[in-house]
Design a protein around this ligand. Sequence first.
Ligand SMILES: [Mg+2]
Length: 420
Amino acid sequence: MSPVPNPRDFTIRDIRATTVAVPLEAPLRHAAGAHWGRFIRTLVEVETYDGLVGLGELGGGGESAQAAVHGLKPYLVGHSPFDLEALRFKICNPTSSLYNDRTQLHAAVEFACLDLVGLRLGVPVHDLLGGRVRDHVDFASYLFFRYADPLTGQGEVRTPEQLVEHALLLKDEHGFTSHKLKGGVFEPAYEVDCYRALAAALPGDRFRYDPNCALSLAQSEQVVAGIADLDNDYLEDPTWGMNGMRALRRPGLLLATNTAVVNFEQLAANVLAPAVDVILLDTTLWGGIRPCVKAAGVCETFQLPVAVHSSGELGVQLATMLHLGAVLPGLTFSADAHYHHLVDDVIAGGKMRCSGGRIEVPRAPGLGVDLDRDKVDEYAERYRVEGGYPYDRDPGRPGWYPLVPNTVWADPEDPAGVTW
Ligand SMILES: [Mg+2]
């Protein structure tokens, strides 16, 4: 039972959650299906008795995410945002989590508590995490195969020519010098051709390929051979699981993951019997910014490179990625962000700017971002009207669902998305 709080206390009084649907330029295709033309995100606001409000963000979920966030309120009323280790055990004690995994909910509340502490002390979140070692975080372009937007008919990326055109446009607009191709949509040989077309069109730049674990070991080997002569950052999750990745691992090939190693148990296993080289730290999947910083410390000790992963963010989550990137000494790879596919954001001042391939680390107290209430209302209404979508289904291929490894690839001759 929490003590009765004083109205002037810096303890949690309320937790609110608002699900929004923010439009993308075009639907983004991936190995399991697609982002159907919008990102569904749940914004979390944690308010203290003394009137401060900290911000968090959670992927997807809709009504169930809002209910899950609201369900934490009895656990956290009266809790001090300073008490971040206690927060971890209150929400996701490692044994009780076996029955009720709240890792991502914890992440959203942790973001908000760090925001609150920063606001309270008048310092940016990166100052709470050890202090920044850089003022900007480098980003890669995040290239997806895309369906044309069903309304405008624009934005399709299906052919090597369209992919190169989009990459050049993004490079011109944002200054990216590293480029990630999200694959696992078409058969591997076709995607290797697309990847090679990118490399040919962008000499001097670097590249990474991520088919979201859709390939068999044999197909992964074909991809390794097909791109070996290019300037690759790394090969990300070509096949499923730590044992699959270990079977591919060899000197001269860097394997990255945001699936096989996403918690401390798996990180320990990977140290004891290495399967992957580059650990992609995701502030949501790891349960917050601080778990990512802790994991980065382990990685530093064992000479495992790290990078900042994107799970599809609006500006609040992007701020968490920037504060994380700011404090990681060994950040030798650029970060990923879906952000440039969004047409808008819910933060005050509109979308953060990426120029010269980098985004400035926020300097204002807390996370350094505020909500634009009109935008939140607009996109909350849009969510109410349009609802969610099944992330692991492809709107252009009704009835199909992915196997691992996948055996039924999309047809690169078929611009199916125009018709739905
Ligand atoms: Mg990935």
